[in-house]
Design a protein around this ligand. Structure first.
Ligand SMILES: [Ca+2]
Length: 339
């Protein structure tokens, strides 16, 4: 063989080899190409499914998270409400306890003021009436430094016109003389169940509060009349127990008006508005003017004798200057008294 022949042969072989070599790699993927596409589609589908599931899970997770958050929020809200309720309960409890405290303080204060003004409760017959003592009779008013009130026996009329009356004078028996001196009229005399004068100091003290005076009269024929003064007070001893009255009502006539604004006089103290000595003339202690239109502390003349003098127990507006009445009661109570 020649060198050219050999070269042609080698080229031929090379070409052949090249030809087969190029054909083989092309032929290998051809049969595996269809399964590879199928696999990828499945994978893709799976991937999509996975993605979907993931997104679903994520969504669920989010939802769960949101739900969880909501639950937590609700729990927190409940806790908050519970706290608020608890707060309200505490607040209510503290308010209740505060109110309770105040009530206790008020009760204590009431008790203290009741103790402090205990004599206010027993200051006179009206206060006794207020404490449900509603039977007429003798009562003892206790001493009270706070009100400057001494212990005092009084007679209470708990029936007439609503009751609550403290008697300051009574005439009915006639054995007790009323022709007495200043000091005796000042402190009082007689028997609380019989004839007596309560005492100008006591009358002054009783009428320091706005008071009403009621005068009840009885004649020897058994008739009764009364005179009431809606306003009644007397001055203190320095002012000679000066009389102040107003607002008359009644059926006996107004025979005390003439004595209004006059000082008290007794046998040993002529404070009247007359050159005469009215107390000596009328035989009693009274708010003499010049001298009388009434003389309730005069002499109690018995039946038969009762028209013979001008120094008897008189009430001019009813029986004139020469008729001595059989029975008299003078009584006071606070002006605002409500039975
Ligand atoms: Ca005189």
């Amino acid at each position: 063989m020649t060198k050219i022949n050999l070269s042609i042969l080698a080229l031929g072989v090379t070409l052949l080899l090249l030809g087969t070599g190029a054909q083989n790699p092309k032929k290998r993927p051809a049969p595996s190409k269809p399964p590879k596409v199928q696999c990828c589609d499945e994978v893709r589908s799976l991937k999509v499914q996975v993605a979907n599931l993931t997104s679903l899970l994520e969504e669920l997770g989010r939802k769960q998270k949101t739900d969880m958050m909501n639950v937590v929020r609700q729990i927190m809200e409940l806790v908050k409400q519970d706290h608020q309720l608890e707060g309200r309960v505490t607040e209510a409890e503290s308010k209740y306890s505060e109110i309770n405290n105040r009530v206790e303080i008020m009760q204590l204060q009431t008790l203290q003021s009741a103790t402090q003004t205990s004599s206010d409760a027993t200051y006179d017959c009206a206060s006794l009436y207020g404490k449900s003592y509603k039977i007429s009779g003798e009562y003892k008013l206790p001493k009270d430094e706070f009100l400057g009130a001494p212990e005092l026996s009084v007679f209470c009329d708990m029936e007439t016109n609503g009751g609550g009356w403290t008697l300051i004078q009574r005439r009915k028996i006639g054995l007790t003389s009323f022709n007495r001196d200043w000091k005796q009229y000042k402190n009082g005399f007689g028997s609380i169940r019989g004839d007596f004068w309560l005492g100008n100091d006591h009358i002054f003290r009783l009428t320091r509060q706005p008071s009403t005076l009621r005068i009840e009269l009885e004649d020897w024929e058994g008739q009764t009349r009364y005179a009431e003064y809606g306003f009644f007070t007397v001055g203190n001893e320095l002012n000679s127990y000066k009389l102040f009255i107003a607002n008359y009502s009644g059926n006996a006539g107004d025979s005390l008006r003439y004595h209004n604004n006059t000082n008290f006089s007794t046998m040993n103290k002529d404070n009247d508005k007359c050159v005469d000595d009215c107390a000596a003339l009328r035989k009693g202690g009274y708010w003499y003017n010049c001298c009388t239109d009434s003389n309730l502390n005069g002499i109690l003349y018995r039946y038969g004798e009762h028209t013979k003098g001008t120094d008897g127990i008189t009430w001019y507006a009813w029986h004139g200057p020469n008729y001595s009445l059989k029975r008299v009661e003078m009584k006071v109570r606070p002006a605002g008294f409500q039975p």
